[in-house]
Design a protein around this ligand. Sequence first.
Ligand code: HEC
Length: 321
Amino acid sequence: MLLLAAPARADEPSEVLEAHGCLACHTTDGTAGPGPTFAGLFERRDAEYVARSIREPGADVVEGYAPMPDLHVAEADVDALVEALRTLPAEEPPFESIVPLAVGTLGFLFMHLFLSFHPVRSRLVDKLGAGPFQGVYSLGVGLPFAAIFVGWMYRPYVPLWDLGAWARWVPLVGMPIAFYFLIAGYTTKNPATAGQQKHLGAGPVGVTTITRHPALWGFALWGLCHLPPNGDLASLLLFGSITALALLGMAHIDRRRARQLGEPWEAFVKQTSIVPFAAILGGRAKLDVTGQAWRLLAAGLAYGAMLGLHEWELGVSPFPY
Ligand code: HEC
């Protein structure tokens, strides 16, 4: 037993704070966040104030911030948290810039639209050939996509709006629908999907009777419902560009298919809609529920897994307090 006993070691201050979820809103390196930074806290405040901030978050509200939500910290943990904040080591503020994220998100959006734009695309395909054009396309959207990941690491926190914790209900309710559209979209034969033009004669089936662009609606809903609870510039760039690309993609695919496929596509358009349920409500389509049970189940499972992973992976709790 003695051999197995780990050497006694006090928890690192940042680990204590992390374990209580404080670092979702507070930074320890002087940079901005939804809450004021913990760097230099004890130069501004004393232990009594800090303890009160944790016990009764509404008692003192720092100017310029929304009130901290009550996290119901157990009385037994308050002293450990105050001690962790007092002994927090000083850190160098890291490099921060919105530029790589802006270049990545806006570049990703722009390159998609530019390289898919008919006059540009047809000219490039003529000049380069279909294969090399695919290479140019992949590189053109791939480089900004990579910049998004780099940009996210170096993003500054620039607050734009704060709707409070209730706004987390929007993705909590919207994301199961987004998961359903994504899963059903990628598992249903649909002439609007890339490479599936051959299914045009069969008429709409499954989720396509709800909308002819289910997978793009999945992306659009994902972006849209993450905007209300994430009111900062970096989130606006990320979720806004996903939403814009998905919505513009629907219009773009419709135009391209109409050009390529002509009359049979127009017939398919008449039986379907972009806006979910519009064709059904307009009496132009009949809801087809065959095969939807397992897709709904899969969407539920994916949603449950994401709820579990969200805080662990992204450091942000998906739940309103
Ligand atoms: C959901 C976001 C959020 C979480 C999570 C959070 N806080 Fe806060 N905190 C805030 C905001 C916003 C303020 C500023 C407004 C206020 O004083 O109520 C604040 C203020 C504070 C202050 C006063 C800071 C100052 O400069 O005067 C302390 C201390 C504090 N929080 C400690 C904690 C601790 C400890 C935890 C973890 C148990 C925690 N906070 C978790 C949002 C949060």
